[in-house]
Design a protein. Structure first.
Length: 116
């Protein structure tokens, strides 16, 4: 039952942002840019385990992963401006982002920054 509640609440947040975007992409963008997924994950961890060390490590890892995630938001609109259809643009953006993540994690390793 608890898992169902988590899925339900998380789904409602995503659908709400999608519905808000019909009326205002700016407001939906603001809501989507708030780390709602992170906030929900951290909240679920706290409610389930109250493990502050796990939350601290997750927060630090999320912060470290923000720079490569921005590649998606650069590549997608660029592809769409080039008149590439949406689905191929989405796949290109995901692939480029995955490559940027791989390179970024490799570079973190060179600086002896380890993800936990």
């Amino acid at each position: 039952m608890y898992l169902f509640l988590k899925v339900l609440i998380t789904s409602i947040v995503v659908v709400l942002i999608s519905e808000i975007s019909r009326r205002s992409t700016i407001f939906a963008g603001i809501l989507a840019s708030i780390p709602l997924t992170s906030l929900l994950a951290i909240s679920w961890i706290y409610m389930e385990r109250q493990d502050k060390l796990e939350i601290t490590q997750l927060s630090a890892n999320i912060m470290l992963m923000i720079p490569p995630s921005l590649a998606f938001f650069v590549v997608l609109p660029y592809c769409l401006k080039l008149k590439i259809e949406f689905i191929p643009s989405l796949f290109i953006s995901i692939i480029v982002t995955a490559l940027v993540y791989s390179l970024y994690i490799y570079l973190l390793g060179l600086f002896e920054i380890r993800l936990k």
